[in-house]
Design a protein around this ligand. Structure first.
Ligand SMILES: O=P(O)(O)OC[C@H]1O[C@H](OP(=O)(O)OP(=O)(O)O)[C@H](O)[C@@H]1O
Ligand SMILES: Nc1nc2[nH]cnc2c(=O)[nH]1
Ligand SMILES: [Mg+2]
Length: 168
């Protein structure tokens, strides 16, 4: 993220399932892959949905984290590497691999993962303009100044009415 993400884009479980399934539909028309490399943790839920729809049973993870504080990106840390066996499938360099993450924002996470799997197909459910060139397939674009709230990070809460209460 660059600058404050002032706008909010809350996503319900139902909406997320629909969007992840839409991603699977689009991917099904593009190609086939032997394995998914899921970018944890955000990629875990969409990977499960895409793997089910595309009947992919080899699931590997790469652990990358950079948003240690809410909305603030710090140094990128690769917490878990990809197994060389998965990188080397088919022609190597990730050519048999579908990478799945929840979103691309600045594109820094995607860039690191792409360097490890240069021939893989990179798919996310959501994309912001800065990161968009780093992904091959995504479903919904939101503006750079929007923060996406996922259902696993949120809960039901009271919402104050839009209009001010009348004076008594
Ligand atoms: O395009 P970027 O600006 O690099 O940001 C995108 C990344 O940020 C989030 O991960 P995060 O670092 O919060 O870790 P998490 O998936 O474990 O929550 C999200 O899941 C993406 O992986
Ligand atoms: N939940 C969430 N994590 C992010 N990491 C980078 N951008 C975002 C975002 O908009 N929402
Ligand atoms: Mg992530």
């Amino acid at each position: 993220m660059s600058g404050p993400a002032d706008k909010a884009f809350p996503v319900s479980w139902d909406q997320f399932h629909r969007d992840a399934r839409a991603l699977a539909w689009r991917l099904a028309g593009i190609g086939t892959w032997q394995a998914i490399v899921c970018v944890t943790r955000g990629g875990l839920v969409p990977s499960a949905i895409v793997a089910r729809e595309l009947n992919i049973r080899v699931i590997e993870t790469i652990g990358v984290a950079s948003y240690h504080d809410y909305k603030t990106q710090g140094d990128l840390q690769v917490i878990k590497e990809v197994s060389p066996q998965v990188v080397g499938l088919d022609g190597g360099d990730g050519s048999a691999v579908l990478i799945v993450d929840d979103l691309v924002d600045t594109g820094k996470t995607a860039k690191i993962v792409r360097n490890i799997l240069p021939k893989a197909h990179f798919a996310t459910v959501y994309a912001k303009p800065m990161g968009r060139p780093m992904v091959d397939t995504f479903i919904t674009e939101v503006s750079q100044d929007t923060w996406i709230y996922f259902p696993w990070d949120t809960g039901l809460a009271f919402q104050p009415p839009i209009a001010e209460p009348p004076n008594r």
